[in-house]
Write a protein that binds this ligand. Structure first.
Ligand code: ADP
Ligand code: MG
Length: 461
């Protein structure tokens, strides 16, 4: 594919030098994100949207091509022809293996062992499936999983890491009575040849071809039992969403050059997804003067005691979080309390998750501390604010009590300084959080509080 011609067809040929100088080629083009486009100098939002739409169309086309190959191959009896559409594309590959299965096989009879492996395979398939993983192949007790097939997504590495943590936890349940089953996992992101996936017979034997699947398998062998190890690209693309421990530099069989590896310790307690993915330094805000002025005017009204609600709706990547970050920068020097809540696609059904995450953060929870230690921290934080310890109540009463306490805490805080509440990505909010938000909005009028809620257009506030 000719990138210059593609840009020309979109009327955006002015970006051709930037694409060329940054080595954007046909295989990397479908993976470009809104961030990449900003980095390439595509500052105009209109141009960015146009490019993203065209990139989506490219992806859709290559998916259709891949799927139609499967169909035509299924119709051909006998040995399948090599896939016509074998293509290099961006994938996150996960390799799961069981530790000590040879020893286990020595203790169990073959029939029982087969059953254990079957249960374990189903457990892995079910768990990774929940995070959008595609089981490409079972290899003995190893399982090869692809994230980003048939549809690549910016969040593939994040989903793979979440799936790995869930799998490590779940695999133990597949163990027969009196035995332990422990997995270890390697994850790598990069190019892979997807045609292999679609092959049958001999072609399928070659599934583990290309550096990325190979790297995932090798990283798996570095992992301690019960842990997951990831490569540099996966590490970069998960930003600050997970806590990782750097394992250092390795030379691995069959791979050229040194490889850096990290062990995933668990989900990080992050301020916001936006901050986790962007770090501290943001590129300067481009445009948005009117929107920012409007927010500042509303903030002034809120500070004067007239509570305000501002809804920011827009497609992903349009700049909702960036605008909110700009407001935060502008008010940073003022005395106020800022409360940030963010919803995540991974906690759709978890009641009050954004609010709970906020409290955990404020209380200063750290990984691997006991429940008692956490309770102490929470009490130290909440009791001075007038909250009472939980009682044995019905769920409905408990909710009322929780809502009541949260309201009182907010009133108390708003008496001391104006409060800026940022509630991001409400399209992913759980029902209880939305109810809490509704109630807050109802009683906002006379409080020095501004609530900003961001969401995608498909969500109806
Ligand atoms: N006005 C802008 N100026 C500079 N960068 C922007 C602007 N709007 C968006 N961006 C960048 O584009 C990317 C996507 O924006 P983001 O705020 O995360 O979108 P949303 O929250 O609507 O999904 C981010 O990297 C952001 O920094
Ligand atoms: Mg956002």
């Amino acid at each position: 594919m000719d990138i210059a011609a593609w840009l020309l067809s979109l009327g955006l040929q002015q970006y051709e030098p930037a694409f060329r100088e940054n080595d954007i080629e046909a295989d990397t083009l479908p993976q470009l994100t809104a961030d990449d486009l900003v980095a390439l100098g595509v500052i105009s939002i209109g141009h960015r949207r146009k490019l993203l739409a065209a990139i989506d169309a490219l992806r859709a086309r290559s998916d259709t091509a891949a799927i139609s190959t499967t169909r035509s191959m299924a119709a051909v009896p006998g040995p399948a022809p090599p896939p016509a559409e074998a293509e290099r594309r961006q994938l996150t590959v996960m390799f799961v293996d069981v530790v000590g299965s040879t020893a286990l096989a020595g203790r169990l009879d073959p029939e029982d062992m087969r059953e254990v492996i079957g249960t374990y395979h189903r457990c892995v398939a079910e768990t990774v499936g929940r995070y959008g993983g595609f089981v490409a192949k079972y290899m003995g007790d190893g399982v090869l999983v692809y994230f980003g097939w048939p549809q690549a997504d910016e969040a593939d590495p994040e989903r793979a890491v979440r799936a790995a943590l869930a799998t490590l936890e779940k695999v133990g349940q597949a163990a027969p009575a009196g035995e332990r089953l422990v997995a270890r996992i390697g994850i790598a992101s990069g190019l892979a040849v997807v045609g292999d996936l679609l092959g049958a017979g001999a072609a399928q034997e070659q599934t583990v071809i290309g550096e990325t699947p190979n790297l995932a398998a090798r990283l798996q062998s570095l992992a301690d039992p019960g842990s997951a190890v990831i490569d540099a690209q996966t590490r970069r693309r998960i930003g600050g969403l997970f806590e990782c421990h750097e394992l250092g530099e390795f030379r691995l069989k069959g791979l050229s050059g040194a490889v850096y590896a990290w062990e995933v310790l668990g989900e990080a307690m992050v301020e916001s997804r936006f901050a986790a993915m962007h770090g501290a330094s943001l590129p300067p805000l481009v445009g948005r003067d009117d929107e920012l002025e409007l927010l500042l005017r509303r903030w002034q009204q809120a500070k004067d005691g007239e509570g305000q609600v501002v809804l920011i709706s827009g497609d992903p990547g349009i700049g909702k979080s960036r605008l909110i970050a700009a407001l935060e920068e502008r008010v940073a020097g003022e005395a106020h309390l800022r409360l940030k809540y963010f919803c995540s696609p991974h906690h759709l059904d978890s009641a009050l998750q954004p609010i709970i995450a906020r409290w955990q953060n404020d209380a200063g929870f750290v990984r691997s501390e006991s429940a008692d230690a956490r309770l102490d921290k929470l009490e130290a934080l909440l009791l001075p604010l007038g909250a009472t310890p939980p009682l044995a109540l019905s769920p409905e009463r408990k909710k009322e009590q929780t809502f009541g306490a949260l309201n009182r805490i907010l009133d108390e805080r708003a008496r001391r300084s104006p409060v800026l509440i940022l509630f991001e990505d409400a399209h992913w909010a759980d029902p209880s959080s939305l109810e809490l938000l509704d109630r807050l909005i109802m009683r906002l009028a006379s409080l020095p509080v501004m609530v900003i809620i961001s969401f995608r257009p498909e969500f109806h506030a």
